[in-house]
Design a binder for this molecule. Structure first.
Ligand code: HEM
Length: 396
């Protein structure tokens, strides 16, 4: 257990249901206390200042991921080995294998398919006049296209969303939700350990490609199976969260939707602004490998430190008026996709999906109007919305 050796104390419980439902006010309290704070209820240091977080994320020698990035070391045992839960040089070996299908060059091959599906789902929903952006719109592309491209085969495909959510749940302190998440994670472990899993992967899928390359490169089949984690855990929930949040932001800020419709070149930056404000992954941890001082606080070798992407993205020292949604602001340097060696592997895929949806919507929707209460999702790591009911007025 980490002991406090300095830093201002902040008494929010980062994993309380109330903080999960409204992380934004918690981020504000943490930043008011300082760039590095001691979370007395979670008994952990947290780095939340933007400059401090970026420097720490870029210093993977001191802030290691190799012992896992969950707050809970019991859970980390289940996770170690994926790109996310490793350090260079092992990290670079797995990442070089799993990155290829989601590189900008290879995404060109699936761009048309994604755009067509985006047109299809948007046209269908806009025709209805009202829909739920979180549950009807947001999951569509990740579940129809990405899940298919990963290609876990008949025993894995339908479980992918649950396994991903459980992995994210257990990265934090899941409280009452823990038992169910552990059960799911054990089933994922069973899937990865089952020798028949590799034989059943879809022939053209990313999972088949990665595991095959791993084995050809000398990995044991069990190690090669771990490569699939790069796609299983992070590729669905994160993007689903960002899409639902985007529509909530545009509903509440119709002038920003108008700006985007007037100038499609703004789509690219609008996505970064959505990911900055939403920050789908609230925080992961790092293990401190040697004593290091950050903003006047000495973090000790062996401490587990929370890296709070969501707070850093609202640090007023980096983003003036940080809580304002402005699709034209300078978003460069936001940490919604991480920074350093662990920066998001799939960010270009996520951007492609969201770009296709926003363009299809901008062709058809004049304005979004919230049509009922916005309801938060519940996951200890993912900041998401379970319901964003909207009415749309169609372009004449
Ligand atoms: C809006 C969508 C997404 C967001 C906001 C997001 C966010 C992030 C963040 C913050 C990290 C850094 C983790 C760290 O610092 O330890 C990360 C890493 C990662 N992401 Fe994403 N992600 C998104 C979509 C995706 C997709 C679609 C995929 C899969 C195809 C993916 C795969 C990964 C992987 C494998 C890593 C670990 C990379 C490494 O350790 O080298 N992500 N993501």
């Amino acid at each position: 257990m980490t002991e406090q050796t300095g830093a201002p104390v902040c008494d929010i419980d980062f994993y309380a249901d109330s903080t999960i439902a409204d992380p934004v006010s918690a981020y504000g309290k943490m930043l008011d206390a300082g760039p590095v704070v001691w979370l007395s209820q979670n008994r952990m240091y947290a780095i939340c200042g933007h400059a401090e977080l970026v420097a720490s994320l870029r210093n993977h020698e001191c802030f290691s991921s190799a012992k896992g990035v969950s707050v809970d070391d019991e859970i980390n045992k289940f996770l170690i080995g994926s790109s996310l839960n490793s350090d260079p040089p092992a990290h670079d070996v797995s990442r070089s294998i799993t990155f290829a299908p989601v590189s900008p060059k290879n995404l060109r091959h699936i761009k048309d398919r994604i755009e067509k599906e985006a047109e299809y789902v948007v046209e269908k929903l806009v025709q209805k006049g009202e829909f739920d952006a979180a549950s009807d719109l947001a999951p569509y592309l990740p579940l129809t296209i990405v899940r298919d491209l990963v290609g876990l085969g008949p025993n894995g495909k339908d479980r992918m969303l649950e396994w991903g959510a459980a992995t994210f749940e257990l990265m934090g302190w899941p409280g009452d939700r823990r038992d169910k998440a552990i059960e799911n994670l054990k089933q994922l472990r069973g899937f990865l350990d089952d020798p028949e899993t590799l034989d059943n992967l879809s022939d053209e899928g990313w999972a088949r490609r990665a595991t095959k390359l791993g084995i050809e490169g000398g990995m044991e089949p069990a190690r090669a199976a771990e490569l699939m984690r790069d796609y299983i855990a992070p590729s669905l929930d994160t993007t689903i969260s960002a899409i639902g949040y985007a529509i909530m932001l545009f509903s509440k800020n119709p002038e920003q939707w108008q700006r985007l419709r007037d100038d499609r070149d703004l789509v690219r930056n609008a996505i970064e602004e959505v990911v900055r404000l939403n920050t789908p992954i609230r925080a992961f941890t790092r293990y401190v490998t040697q004593d290091i001082e950050v903003a006047g606080t000495t973090l000790r070798q062996g401490n587990r430190v929370l890296m709070v992407y969501g707070a850093a993205n609202r640090d007023p020292l980096r983003f003036p008026e940080p809580n304002r949604f402005d699709i034209e602001r300078k978003t460069i340097g936001h940490v919604g996709f991480g920074q350093g060696v662990h920066a998001c592997l799939g960010m270009n895929l996520a951007r492609l999906e969201i770009t296709s949806l926003l363009n299809a919507l901008a062709d058809r929707v004049q304005q979004f109007t919230l049509n009922g209460p916005v309801v938060s999702g519940v996951n200890s790591t993912i900041h998401s919305l379970a319901s964003v009911p909207v009415k749309v007025s169609r372009v004449a």
